[in-house]
Design a protein around this ligand. Structure first.
Ligand code: SAM
Length: 237
């Protein structure tokens, strides 16, 4: 299946639109079905043991529910870790932020274009970047450019995206069965068509920069990409 990019409806709707709010609730259920927080947590666990992060940046964080689930599934993560939620929509859910605070974290919400934000942010050691159902929004040229920035700013980068394959496409067409609204039903199909397969994301990462890359299908519907800076590579300035 060739990769196809089409606009997603959720990206066009104001955060307070009831259809957008419904769709973000759908996303929580879809994330549960895909098991994405668990898949990312499992991928990060080795790095967490060897060199825990000082901060985790979630690009395209949406309502923050994915980051909360990730934190829950990383019980050894220190509450001193900064959590930064970047999204251009004002979609962070106060209850999710409150839940993170109860766990001792101090989440910081950044209302910005993710790549602009990343580009203008100074490199800080111990920065991990996660992205869930986010990278598939972008064309290869944008990702190639964005990955250059990520490789300069992050020590670890983990993304969980829709897997572009027949099974996930069929599942995306059945989301009406779990009560997903028209926005979600549209965006899910578009997302799978824009998703990833094989080693497509690794091919966009800058070559020879001292990174270990892992890219694979994960779970029933997901595609996982993990970039870890080699311990011997020069630290971010
Ligand atoms: C499919 S949603 C996923 C949200 C969240 N990661 C989750 O798992 O529920 C994609 C998110 O990316 C955000 N987004 C799209 N383009 C963006 C951009 N250029 N910069 C920042 N956020 C963006 C949207 O507002 C939306 O919240």
């Amino acid at each position: 299946m060739r990769r196809q990019l089409q606009p997603e409806l959720l990206d066009e709707l104001p955060a307070h639109d009831p259809a957008a709010q419904h769709s973000r609730r759908d996303l929580r259920r879809i994330n549960r079905c895909m098991g994405n927080a668990g898949l990312v947590a499992a991928s990060l666990s080795r790095s967490l043991r060897s060199a825990p992060p000082k901060r985790i940046v979630d690009l395209g964080a949406g309502d923050g529910a994915f980051l909360l689930q990730l934190v829950i599934q990383l019980p050894t993560l220190s509450p001193g870790t900064e959590l930064i939620l970047v999204d251009r929509a004002n979609a962070a859910d106060e209850r999710v932020l409150a839940e993170l605070r109860v766990r001792g974290f101090r989440p910081q919400v950044e209302l910005a274009d993710a790549w602009d934000w990343l580009r203008t942010r100074p490199a800080q050691p111990g920065t991990w970047v996660v992205a869930n159902l986010f990278l598939h929004h972008f064309a290869e040229e944008t990702l190639r450019f964005a990955f250059m920035s990520l490789s300069e700013k992050a020590a670890v980068c983990c993304a969980c995206e829709p897997r572009r394959a027949a099974g996930p496409l069929l599942a995306s067409r059945l989301l009406g069965l779990i009560g997903a609204n028209a926005v979600t039903r549209h965006d899910a199909v578009v997302s799978v068509r824009a998703g990833f397969a094989g080693q497509e994301l690794s091919g966009l990462w800058p070559a020879d920069t001292g990174w270990q890359l892992t890219e694979r299908r994960a779970g029933w519907f997901s595609h996982l990409f993990l970039a870890e800076k080699n311990a011997t590579a020069a630290p971010a300035p």
